[in-house]
Design a protein around this ligand. Structure first.
Ligand SMILES: Nc1ncnc2c1ncn2[C@@H]1O[C@H](COP(=O)(O)OP(=O)(O)OP(=O)(O)O)[C@@H](O)[C@H]1O
Length: 266
């Protein structure tokens, strides 16, 4: 476990995890989507959550941020239980969920202003941050466009802006780079790297192993609702030259695609 430096002569205290899952379970009908997941995201880490389709990443992240109630287990954000102490936990976290519902008839600036004021932020702070976020994410050109007319990538960027607006200490992002053009992706990478350098923590899910490898210092591989491997990137990668190869090894390669579909080429 990571530790905060101790004052000389006084033992260092264990650092409180930015995010901690303990025995997390979620079932949908007869199916267990998340099956006793334990995970620790150290403070100040850039943490990648990877796994095949249907592995339980979105379900886990939704429970982490108070959007979905677990059937069992607990989630803590900097020690605050997301369900028992939601106000303190939500103050510390910015969330990019899977397909967040936004007030569709408002423009990007109006959404940011609305959500900032709802959080109790001062109007001038909201306006200044909203202007900066819209400019950096290149949404300022769509000044008078309502969210309903945004493209998928624009919706993702404005949702990311809502996650950053209140200056959280932890970002939980579900596939933040999906549907994002390369220039915007580079901007988002830079924002997130700066956030981590400034002491923030980031957890994000992705299918792009090269990106996870480039950005993250910690990674967890989840499959069939269970954590198959987790820890420092180098430890999870192990002997494999790339995370991609480690992933296939950990998850188990499936020999699909080579056989069948004979009609496809005929
Ligand atoms: N609301 C729901 N009702 C029923 N089943 C669900 C629901 N949400 C998720 N599931 C199921 O739970 C399992 C985990 O889904 P989840 O969306 O968490 O996977 P994921 O790892 O995020 O997948 P992907 O990479 O494809 O986005 C899947 O089998 C999915 O069908």
């Amino acid at each position: 476990m990571s530790r905060v430096p101790g004052v000389s002569g006084v033992p260092a205290l264990p650092a409180v995890p930015a995010l901690e899952f303990s025995g997390l379970v979620k079932r949908f009908g007869g199916q267990t989507a998340v099956d006793h997941v334990d995970l620790v995201v150290p403070p100040g880490s850039f943490f990648g959550l990877v796994g095949p389709n249907g592995a339980g990443k979105t379900t886990s992240l939704s429970m982490a941020t108070g959007l979905l109630r677990p059937d069992a287990g607990a989630v803590r954000i900097f020690g605050h239980d997301v369900w028992a102490d939601p106000v303190a936990a939500k103050e510390l976290v910015g969330v990019l969920p899977d397909g967040m519902a936004l007030p569709d008839r408002l423009t990007g600036r109006e959404v940011l202003t609305y959500l900032g004021l709802l959080r109790g932020m001062a109007r001038e702070v909201v306006e200044q941050r909203a202007a900066e976020l819209l400019a950096v994410l290149e949404l300022d050109a769509a000044e008078s466009t309502a969210i309903v007319d945004y493209s998928t990538g624009m919706r993702k960027k404005i949702t990311l802006a809502t996650a950053l607006l209140h200056g959280p200490r932890l970002l939980v992002l579900d596939e933040p780079f999906e549907a994002i053009d390369p220039v915007s992706a580079a901007t988002i990478r830079t924002i997130l790297q700066r956030f981590v350098r400034g002491g923030g923590s980031v957890v994000f899910s992705s299918h792009v192993m090269a990106l996870v490898e480039q950005l993250c210092d910690h990674v967890a591989v989840i499959a069939r609702g269970r954590v198959e491997a987790a820890g420092a990137l180098d430890d999870v990668r192990g002997e494999h030259p790339t995370l991609d190869e480690a992933f296939v090894h950990i998850v188990g390669a499936r020999a699909g695609g080579a056989e069948g579909l004979s009609w496809l080429a005929s």
